[in-house]
Design a protein around this ligand. Structure first.
Ligand SMILES: [Zn+2]
Ligand SMILES: [Zn+2]
Length: 272
């Protein structure tokens, strides 16, 4: 069964960067394809103060677009913790999360200390604003878990986006009460570890995401990623778990609402 037919208007792309330059030429078409292909809502993630403002501009134009405010760990050293607190001024209705924050020791290992400073500031801001955290953990599982443990940050709630750990780490993350978000990488033939994570973790603890414009799933690899392609991840999770795509779409939508909307009504891209 084709997922877009099976689960019309139920999928949520829980992490993308739809406000990035990569979509400047054709954003209306991208949003139209998403809405008519079954994407009910999305969360676009800001990576520095100016970028967060751009994310909010898009959310004001398109219903069903939510925003997370943060300074990406790869920007460690370029911004101080104080600038994270400055994001408070941008906190408005479409904002439902703080991040992405954490460590990227794959791309920017040299700025680990600065990344940690930013991470700590995000945790304090999330606590002050009572918002959940979006965690970016790349090649930094030990460091990321240590900060969350030391700061007692699990009580804030949150998600490890683009999860890149093994099944044991995923189990630990959900045991502490965070969700695990699955990107399109799961469609790659050689993504054995991520497929095992999907197999291990109950559907009630998973989100789906594109991280568009990056990480394009099969069979579109090589093209720019877009929210519509959330469907490929939903289908692959359904295949791995032996359930209908519709069930994956519905449950991950429920999970999104539970984590980010805390009882508030979901605003859909189709206006319902
Ligand atoms: Zn990330
Ligand atoms: Zn991202």
């Amino acid at each position: 069964m084709n997922c877009s037919d099976a689960c019309a208007a139920t999928m949520i792309d829980s992490h993308n960067h739809i406000h990035f330059r990569a979509f400047r030429q054709d954003l209306p078409e991208v949003m139209h394809r998403a809405a008519s292909g079954g994407i009910r809502a999305m969360l676009t993630v800001g990576i520095d103060p100016r970028d967060c403002s751009k994310a909010l501009d898009i959310a004001r134009i398109y219903q069903g677009v939510y925003v997370s405010l943060g300074i990406h760990p790869q920007n460690g050293g370029r911004f101080a913790g104080q600038e994270v607190f400055g994001l408070k001024d941008l906190c408005s209705e479409p904002v439902v999360a703080i991040g992405e924050t954490g460590f990227d020791l794959y791309r920017t290992p040299e700025s680990e200390d600065a990344q940690k400073d930013l991470f700590l500031a995000h945790i304090d801001l999330a606590r002050e604003l009572k918002l959940p955290l979006i965690i970016h953990d790349r090649a930094a599982h030990v460091q990321t878990m240590a900060v969350l443990n030391d700061r007692g940050a699990w009580s804030l709630g949150g998600v490890f986006h683009c999860f890149s750990g093994d099944a044991a780490l995923a189990r630990e993350v959900v045991r502490k009460g965070f969700l695990v978000s699955i990107p399109g990488v799961v469609t790659f033939r050689n993504s054995t570890q991520l497929k095992e994570v999907v197999q291990t973790i109950p559907l009630e603890c998973l989100l789906v995401e594109t991280d568009a414009p990056y990480l394009t799933p099969e069979p579109f690899r090589g093209k720019r990623n877009e929210p519509l392609f959330t469907a490929q991840t939903v289908e692959e999770i359904a295949r791995i778990k032996g359930v209908e795509p519709d069930e994956v779409a519905r449950q991950t939508t429920v999970n999104f609402c539970r984590l980010f909307l805390a009882g508030k009504q979901l605003k859909s891209m189709d206006g319902t």
